[in-house]
Design a protein around this ligand. Structure first.
Ligand SMILES: C[S@@+](CC[C@H](N)C(=O)[O-])C[C@H]1O[C@@H](n2cnc3c(N)ncnc32)[C@H](O)[C@@H]1O
Length: 288
């Protein structure tokens, strides 16, 4: 039974667990979910921005993946590690991960990232991929990650952030008057909900019982502030992938087009209005 007064704690561990248990029990939702995590958006952000940082810190290292889900990361990297502990609060997710990863270097632990069941200085690298935005108390996760990391170890996170869709970017860039911008943004949101490709994905997720798909999106500066306040010294937070064009252009099969779009996205990122924006946030912490 929960000790928290109803409504006061938005993050509910039990609901999270039940939600992901249900997701990883159903073959259909699992396939759709994995497809979603492999969509070109994620793929490009991984290969261009996140993996270069991650791959420097896994070779023959002891790695912990907190909120590993169905083994998305484990299936890509566990064979390179000394060994990799895949941890999640959902037992069904772990069963699925074990099937998907199928590698002897991978271990599986049922646990909560707010209270890691590991001793001090046990890991070279702690990885958190697309899970931190589900957690309200990021400071606690960071403290726990720091505790279990060895000196000079790395805590690496890759998180989606609140959407800053391409229309918003142009409206802000041309300083369209606020009332008109809000009107146009609302039309855009309605149209997007009607026609966006992701509709199928979200509709299936909505059907999952114990729907507690609560997100605690933060800006890069907010993540940085939380980490620094909690004594983490060496923190780098960056946003990647500014969506200045409709997503379908980022997903183009033409590699040259995608590369140019990414170059322009980098350029726009330097603008003051876009500095805190982007589709994903990468956090890199070194324990000192
Ligand atoms: C969006 S999924 C991402 C899963 C995985 N990292 C991937 O890339 O597919 C979020 C995961 O975080 C897990 N999770 C949520 N709260 C957690 C907690 N307190 N401790 C451990 N895992 C948690 C969920 O069970 C779920 O598997």
């Amino acid at each position: 039974m929960s000790i928290y007064r109803k409504g006061l704690m938005k993050y509910n561990l039990d609901k999270q667990r039940k939600r992901y248990d249900a997701l990883y029990l159903s073959k259909d939702t699992t396939c759709l979910y994995d497809e979603y995590l492999d969509e070109p958006f994620f793929e490009i952000a991984n290969s261009k921005y996140f993996f270069p940082k991650l791959f420097k810190n896994i070779n023959d290292k002891i790695v912990l993946d907190i909120g590993c889900g169905g083994g998305n990361m484990g299936s890509k990297i566990s064979h390179k590690t000394k060994y990799m502990v895949n941890m999640d609060v959902s037992f069904n997710a772990l069963l699925y991960a074990r099937k998907r990863i199928a590698n002897e270097k991978a271990k599986y632990v049922h646990g909560d990232m707010l209270r890691l069941p590991f001793k001090e200085t046990s890991f070279d690298t702690v990885l958190c991929y697309a899970s931190l935005h589900h957690i309200e108390d990021v400071a606690m996760v960071a403290k726990e990650a720091m505790r279990v990391l060895k000196n000079k170890g790395k805590f690496l996170c890759f998180e989606p952030t609140e959407r800053y869709p391409w229309v918003y970017f142009w409206l802000d860039l041309f300083m369209i008057p606020k009332s008109l911008a809000v009107f146009l943004k609302n039309i855009y949101v309605k149209l997007q909900h009607r026609f966006a490709k992701q509709r199928k994905f979200y509709n299936v997720l909505k059907k999952i019982p114990h729907n507690s798909g609560v997100h605690f999106f933060k800006l890069p500066s907010q993540y940085k502030e939380i980490l620094v306040k909690n004594g983490v010294k060496d923190v780098k937070v960056e946003t990647v992938f500014l969506e200045f064009l409709p997503p379908r252009y980022f997903m183009s099969k033409n590699k040259i087009i995608v590369e140019w779009i990414i170059k322009l996205s980098h350029l726009f990122h330097k603008l003051r209005i876009a500095k805190e924006r982007g589709r994903f946030i990468i956090i890199e912490v070194t324990k000192s």
